[in-house]
Design a binder for this molecule. Structure first.
Ligand code: PEP
Ligand code: MN
Length: 451
């Protein structure tokens, strides 16, 4: 195999010689090994062809010619691997992308934060309740949320269950898309789900009607022949590449290609807690051929960011590296500009993508984690402005959102208040924009992109 020079010392398991944060401790190493052996024999979930196609599209986004829309749950649960929930997530992302394409006139790359988003970084390894201390819940790939010694013990079988659910999810999404779910000729797939009558619903309906008229116009010109681009879309998957033994088991070589691909997802990212340049996650990620992202938030320094870019993208490969910023509405104005300038001085072209969710989390008096629509929007606006001032495009956005009518984030046109939060708070981890808040956010976003 012809690895490029800087990867001569890299192997899918070379990360094991580095300090690895956020990894579960399994009580039975033999059981874990048996599962990993099985996992490494199972077929991949995505193909290198799809991955390279995405990388090409991301390269265009770095030049401002496409826009990345990435979204989904903070953490998928095995229980939510259901047709209506999966279709709902696909639908809200497609509808958001329709608004962006229509209003901002830019092609959208759609990436789900799903089909494998099952492992979570946590602030502590353990949790204590009423004097009892147990391992913390690390996502359905690792253990179960119940506060019970058995449920909280990391179970390697869950790695197989997670792989299978990722496969079921991706299979269903491919079937929906191949079956015409995203076909603009099928207005039933473009109807609104939960939106109350009001400005968001009206704005959305107006766009759908405008698109329908435009299609009619174009198909009149083609003599009624359908336009293939209107019938299907590309759809890609992503998750945080946190659980390194799982990621390693899905890292494969592909006939007639050089190097190694993570074939468990198209577009994995490194979280803000595991992006230590000397750590195991960066070591693993530097060797895979996928396009990759890194979450960039406090307390990152310019020097650290430059080192990360040099390690993860030494060849300045177009589309290779995405930086997902998540500083919070208050900090972004001071934190982001020096980082942008540092990379510009070095002639580095990356995708600057805004995650306006993770820097704006707060806890209500009653102890619920929430985020305010207005703060999320504010971070998005400020980030867009900073990049614009630097002569760069906002290349994309990264949202935690749901296709359901959940009540987890405050505000928006639906006016969710603290009193509403308990009504349909379903996320086991971070709060998501609900269906209507997501569409409203897409309308704002499209406005910001119209420069
Ligand atoms: C997340 O995306 O759910 C997450 C933990 O984000 P970050 O790494 O940015 O904190
Ligand atoms: Mn989250």
């Amino acid at each position: 195999m012809n690895q490029p020079g800087h990867l001569q010392d890299w192997q899918p398991d070379s990360w094991q010689r580095k300090p690895a944060r956020q990894q579960p401790v399994y009580p039975d190493p033999a059981a874990l090994r048996a599962v990993l052996d099985q996992l490494s024999q199972l077929p991949p979930l995505v193909s290198s062809y799809e991955i390279e196609n995405l990388k090409g599209q991301l390269a265009a986004a770095a030049r401002g010619e496409r826009f990345l829309l990435q979204g989904g749950d903070c953490s998928e649960t095995f229980a939510d691997c259901q047709s209506s929930i999966i279709a709902g997530k696909l639908k809200v992302l497609l509808q958001m992308s329709l608004l962006i394409v229509h209003d901002a006139r830019i092609p959208v790359i759609r990436v789900g934060r799903f089909a494998g988003q099952y492992a979570k970084p946590r602030s502590s390894d353990t949790e204590t309740r009423n004097g009892q201390t147990l391992p913390v819940y690390r996502g359905d790939l690792v253990n179960r949320p119940n506060f019970d010694p058995d449920d909280r013990t990391p179970d390697p079988e869950l790695l197989l269950r997670g792989y299978e659910r990722a496969a079921l999810t991706i299979n269903f999404i491919r079937a929906l898309i191949d079956g015409g779910f995203a076909d603009l000729h099928h207005p039933e797939n473009w109807t609104l789900n939960f939106a109350r009558p009001g400005p968001v619903a009206d704005a959305y309906q107006q766009r759908v009607q405008a698109v329908a008229r435009a299609i009619e116009f174009m198909e009149t010109l083609t003599g009624g022949a359908p336009i293939p681009q209107l019938q299907r879309v590309d759809f890609f998957t992503s998750h945080e590449g946190l659980h390194l033994l799982y990621e390693q088991a899905l890292t494969r070589q592909v006939p007639r290609r050089t190097g190694w691909y993570n074939l468990g997802t198209h577009f994995p990212w490194i979280g803000n807690r595991t992006r230590d340049p000397n750590g195991a996650h960066v070591e693993y990620f530097r060797g895979i051929r996928n396009p990759i992202a890194v979450k960039i938030g406090p307390p990152i320094t310019e020097e650290e960011l430059v080192t990360l870019c040099d390690l993860l993208d030494p060849g300045h490969e177009p589309g290779r590296l995405t930086l997902i910023t998540r500083f919070g509405a208050d900090r972004v104005a001071s934190a982001l500009p020096p980082l942008v300038e540092a990379l510009q001085r070095r002639g580095r072209r990356v995708l600057w993508v805004c995650d306006p969710m993770h820097g704006n989390t707060e806890t209500t008096a009653s102890g619920l984690k929430t985020r305010r629509f207005e703060r999320i929007l504010q971070e998005l606006e400020t980030t867009c402005e900073i990049l614009y001032q630097a002569g760069l495009p906002l290349a994309g956005v990264h949202f935690e959102l749901s296709g359901e009518d959940v009540t987890e984030c405050l505000g928006g046109a639906c006016g969710l208040t603290e009193a509403d939060l308990t009504r349909a708070y379903r996320s086991p981890v971070d709060p998501r924009l609900n269906y209507e808040q997501s569409l409203e956010m897409a309308l704002h976003l499209a406005r910001l992109l119209q420069r």
